[in-house]
Write a protein that binds this ligand. Structure first.
Ligand SMILES: CC(C)(COP(=O)(O)OP(=O)(O)OC[C@H]1O[C@@H](n2cnc3c(N)ncnc32)[C@H](O)[C@@H]1OP(=O)(O)O)[C@@H](O)C(=O)NCCC(=O)NCCS
Length: 172
């Protein structure tokens, strides 16, 4: 069997932080005339994926999206910024936090409309999960984000294991 590959040296979240900006048009609208939630989710996933790739310099896949809360609607004509950063790096997975802000370009008013927590897994050239670099946490807010992800990670993996266990039991 191949030896486990070593991850590259740890790095701070600031090295991979990424922002995507999109001016919402009629093509992004739902039937109610507001921006489609799926458009926001797709762009949040793209910002998270790009950030994860910049952190580990590998191909990545989305393993899970923990939560996406829509605090207020986004309107056509608003400029939306998706700011992503690595909250925590585990063995082969990373949690990315994505903050979504909408700006009305006429008034200059900026609103925090959503936050998403997305887990990405790095893959090697055979498509298998492979180790990612650790994180160097520079300040209290980065340490808080990692602590909060520890809690979310425990919950999401426990839920996955409970569901697997229940299915195995049901199948005898
Ligand atoms: C994500 C994936 C690579 C995990 O594969 P796996 O066989 O479960 O691999 P492992 O058990 O070795 O887990 C690999 C990592 O994924 C994490 N993981 C697995 N299931 C997870 C879940 N439900 N939520 C969050 N993380 C998860 C594990 O914790 C592990 O991370 P760690 O090494 O940092 O602890 C695999 O399920 C996959 O390829 N899924 C499809 C991904 C995809 O196509 N995404 C796009 C959807 S359109």
């Amino acid at each position: 069997m191949d030896p486990e590959p070593a991850a590259a040296a740890a790095k701070p979240p600031s090295e991979s932080r990424t922002s995507l900006v999109h001016w919402m048009s009629i093509l992004d609208a739902n039937s109610a005339g507001m921006v489609h939630g799926g458009t926001i989710m797709k762009m949040a996933d793209e910002a998270a994926g790009l950030t994860a790739v910049k952190h580990c310099h590998r191909r990545v896949v989305t393993a899970s999206v923990d939560r996406m809360v829509f605090r207020s609607p986004v309107h056509i004509g608003e400029l939306v910024t998706f700011s992503a950063q690595v909250n925590a790096a585990w063995n082969t997975s990373m949690e990315l936090g994505v903050r979504v802000e909408a700006e009305n370009p006429i008034t200059g008013d900026v609103r925090h409309t959503s936050t998403a927590y997305i887990t990405m897994v790095a893959l090697d050239e055979h498509g298998r999960p492979t180790p990612v670099p650790g994180l160097i946490l520079a300040d209290a807010s980065e340490q808080r984000r990692q602590r909060e992800d520890e809690l979310r990670r425990r919950n999401r993996l426990a839920e996955r294991d409970q569901i697997r266990g229940a299915r195995e039991q049901a199948e005898g």
